[in-house]
Write a protein that binds this ligand. Structure first.
Ligand SMILES: Cc1ncc(COP(=O)(O)O)c(C=O)c1O
Length: 397
């Protein structure tokens, strides 16, 4: 059966047209159905943290698959308990809630803000519930996530949005300070704006926002769905910026390819949710938690955070050299670790297609950025291959 024809007839038209199907993957590489090989620097949009078909990941997922796949949260899930402890070891004393995606993890953050606002208002609802987010942010496609994402392409057609959101300028503390009213309950930010084109928050900005939150008793909610789980060389990207959030949304890289999302909440705010106040059928299931625990095992065993820290400066340097060599095509390199954006001149979709023809998979971010997000397991020689392919493609245009 012709996949493209079936797509044309039976799939919703909410995505762009895919160029081909990927038949298999190994490490940093994937093969299409024609047998053509590509260096995969999309990684399922920052998901395949430990590359494709990592043997240890496969073994642990397979073992769990044979034991029990799904039981619901009516029962203890031992892997969920272990995973929550491991997240707390990174984020600090607090508790986790598990779900299946980034949007759901952030939805929990927004619900937490509402519960906090009610608490602050002596139990009254609808008094303090506003959440401030940043222009150019991306927090997901649920009604909460869309309202938190002030972009026409996300909100258009779906209005009215959920009430109670206002938007400051990213990396501008004053613009947030001006938006705070007695109705404000929380500020929610990505540490690095990913879909917005790999725009890192400065330490000064996040520290200023932390101060504002402390002064006004607002929750600082950090969305690490894309930049978290080692991608920048620390477990969470914010850990390099001298702040402590009150809650964190994560997903994507946590499962290494198996869907899982999580929200961690700092001790002191964790009791805002009470039995029955939130839930999901699949969240934190045995298989998802086995996948996530396997990712965290591999990050530790293979010392992947240190590897990102050691390898990324040279790679960034090579990418900056390309910007100097091809000023007609590139204007900057942004990002941290393996969460990198090449700012291109011209259509990033077209550039991404050219790089793909050269054997490198990349994905657009924002209006002028091509994102490079290799697995944390990428080798030095593969990082060099990425630069060589980019160089060749840029030279030929
Ligand atoms: C920062 C951020 N938050 C939330 C989301 C939504 O995650 P999901 O697509 O898993 O719902 C994304 C997805 O790209 C993201 O990058």
């Amino acid at each position: 059966m012709d996949t493209a024809a079936l797509y044309d007839s039976y799939l919703m038209k909410n995505y762009g047209k895919p160029p081909f199907a990927i038949a298999r993957g190994e490490g940093s590489w994937v093969w299409d159905t024609e047998g053509r090989k590509y260096l995969d620097f999309i990684c399922g949009i920052a998901v395949n943290t430990v590359g494709h078909s990592h043997p240890a990941w496969l073994r642990k997922v397979e073992e769990q698959l044979r034991q029990v796949v799904h039981v619901s949260n009516l029962f203890y899930v031992p892997g969920q308990a272990v995973l929550a402890k491991r997240i707390a070891d990174q984020a600090g004393e607090g508790r986790s809630f598990f779900c299946n995606s980034g949007a759901e993890a952030n939805e929990f953050l927004i619900k937490l803000a509402r519960l906090w606002g009610r608490h602050k208002s002596g139990g009254k609802e609808g008094v303090c519930y506003h959440v401030l987010t940043a222009k150019n942010a991306f927090h997901g496609r649920t009604f909460g996530g869309m309202a938190a994402t002030p972009q026409e392409k996300i909100q258009g057609g779906f209005r009215p949005m959920l009430d109670g959101f206002a938007y400051g300028d990213f990396n501008d503390v004053d613009s947030f300070a001006k938006l705070i009213t007695p109705q404000t309950a929380a500020i929610m930010l990505e540490t690095i704006q990913g879909e917005g084109g790999i725009v890192p928050a400065t330490a000064e900005f996040l520290q200023g926002i932390r101060k504002l939150c402390d002064q006004h008793k607002l929750l600082l909610l950090i969305d690490e769905v894309q930049c978290g789980i080692g991608r920048t060389g620390s477990f969470f990207a914010y850990q390099q910026l001298g702040i402590e959030p009150d809650a964190i949304g994560m997903a994507k890289g946590l499962g290494g390819g198996f869907p899982i999302g999580a929200t961690w909440v700092r001790r002191g705010y964790d009791e805002l949710f009470t039995p029955g106040s939130h839930g999901t059928t699949y969240g934190g299931g045995p298989l998802a938690c086995a996948a996530a625990n396997a990712v965290l095992d591999i990050i530790e065993e293979e010392n992947l955070l240190a590897s990102v820290q050691q390898r990324s400066p040279v790679w960034h340097q090579q990418l900056r050299a390309l910007v100097e060599r091809y000023p007609q095509h590139l204007s900057a390199v942004r990002g941290r670790g393996y969460h990198v954006g090449l700012v291109v001149k011209g259509d990033p979709l077209e550039w991404s297609a050219r790089f793909r023809a050269g054997g490198l998979l990349t994905v657009r971010g924002g209006s002028d950025v091509v994102r490079l997000m290799p697995p944390l397991t990428v080798t030095v020689s593969e990082l060099n291959s990425c630069v060589t392919i980019l160089d060749e493609v840029l030279a030929n245009h």
